[in-house]
Ligand binder design. Structure first.
Ligand SMILES: NC(=O)c1ccc[n+]([C@@H]2O[C@H](COP(=O)([O-])OP(=O)(O)OC[C@H]3O[C@@H](n4cnc5c(N)ncnc54)[C@H](OP(=O)(O)O)[C@@H]3O)[C@@H](O)[C@H]2O)c1
Length: 254
C-alpha cells in the first residue's frame, strides 16, 4: 500500500472545507484513517461538514474557523493548527476559491480585488506557512485546486483565470523549491464541476460531479502527481486551446 493511503496517526488540513469537492475529499481522507482539520468560514456549514464526516467515517475531525481574506488572522490560525497537529500533519489541501463576477470586477475594484485575493494572495499566504512547516520535516504534501481557467485568459473570466494562473505558477515554483526536501506539491486543474460556484451559470459543458472529481484528486495525490487535470480529458482540450495563435484567439467570443 502507498504510504499516502495509510493515514492512521497522521492528519490532513483542508482549507475551504465547505466546498463541495472538499467535502468529498474529506471523506476520502477519513476512509484512509487520517485525522481531519477542516478549515472554513465559521458557521453552520462548517459544523455540518465536520459532524457529517465524523459520523459517517468514524473519523477524528476538528472544525477550524478561517476567513481566508482576513490576512491578519493567518498567523494565529496557522500557529493554532501547528499547536494542535504537533508533528502529525501529513499535508495540506487548499480548496477555497471565488469565481466572482467578471463584468462587475471590470468596474468595481473591490470585486476585482476579492477575486484575486481569494484565489491567489490568500492561497500564497497560507501555503507559504504550510511549506515552512513541511520543508524542515522533509516529508508531506501540498495540494491546491487551481483551474483550467488559468491556462489561457478569456474575456468572460480573466480576473479569476489570472488569479488561478498565478496560483499555478506559485505551485510550480513551490514544487521546485520543495523537491529537495521530499515534499510533494500537486496542482489540480479542474474543468467545470457541478458545485455552488457554477450553479445556474450558462455555457457550461462536460461538467463533472464533485464526488467524482474528489476521487480523481485523491488518486492524483496517492500517485504523487505534479499536475493533474480533473477529469483527465481536460489535458488534451487545454493543450489544443493553448496552441491557438493569439491573433486568432483574441477574435473569439470566449
Ligand atoms: N466548480 C468549478 O467548475 C471549478 C472549476 C475549476 C476550479 N474550481 C476550483 O475548485 C475549488 C473548489 O470549488 P467548488 O467548485 O467546490 O466551489 P464551492 O463549493 O463554491 O467552494 C468554494 C469554497 O471556497 C470558500 N471560500 C470562498 N471565499 C472564502 C474565504 N474568504 N475564506 C474561506 N473560504 C472561502 C467557500 O466558503 P463558503 O462556504 O464560506 O462560501 C466555499 O467553501 C475552488 O478553488 C475553485 O476555484 C472549481
Amino acid at each position: 500500500m502507498s504510504a499516502f493511503l495509510e493515514g492512521k496517526g497522521r492528519s490532513v488540513l483542508i482549507l475551504g472545507a465547505t466546498s463541495s469537492v472538499a467535502r468529498a475529499l474529506a471523506a476520502e481522507f477519513a476512509a484512509c484513517g487520517y485525522e481531519l482539520f477542516l478549515a472554513a468560514r465559521p458557521g453552520e456549514d462548517l459544523d455540518a461538514v465536520a459532524a457529517d464526516v465524523a459520523l459517517r467515517k468514524r473519523a477524528r475531525v476538528h472544525a477550524c474557523p478561517l476567513d481566508a481574506l482576513d490576512f491578519d488572522s493567518h498567523d494565529a490560525f496557522w500557529n493554532g493548527i501547528v499547536e494542535r497537529v504537533g508533528e502529525s500533519l501529513a499535508g495540506v489541501v487548499l480548496c477555497f476559491g471565488y469565481l466572482g463576477d467578471q463584468a462587475k470586477g471590470q468596474q468595481d475594484p473591490d470585486e476585482a480585488r476579492r477575486i484575486v485575493d481569494t484565489n491567489f494572495t490568500a492561497a500564497v499566504s497560507l501555503l507559504n506557512r504550510a511549506a515552512n512547516y513541511l520543508e524542515p520535516r522533509k516529508r508531506g504534501f501540498v495540494c491546491a485546486l487551481s483551474s483550467v481557467a488559468g491556462d489561457r485568459g478569456r474575456q468572460s473570466n480573466y480576473l479569476y483565470g489570472a488569479a488561478k494562473a498565478g496560483l499555478s505558477a506559485y505551485l510550480q515554483g513551490l514544487r521546485n523549491r520543495l523537491f529537495k526536501a521530499g515534499v510533494k506539491v500537486t496542482t489540480i486543474k479542474p474543468g467545470f464541476m457541478d458545485t455552488r460556484m457554477t450553479f445556474g451559470k450558462p455555457g457550461l459543458f462536460l461538467v463533472a460531479a464533485p464526488e467524482k472529481a474528489a476521487r480523481q484528486v485523491f488518486r492524483a495525490l496517492a500517485a504523487g502527481k505534479d499536475v493533474a487535470y480533473v477529469p483527465g480529458f481536460w489535458w488534451p482540450i487545454m493543450s489544443v486551446i493553448r496552441c491557438v495563435p493569439e491573433f486568432v484567439f483574441k477574435r473569439l467570443k470566449l
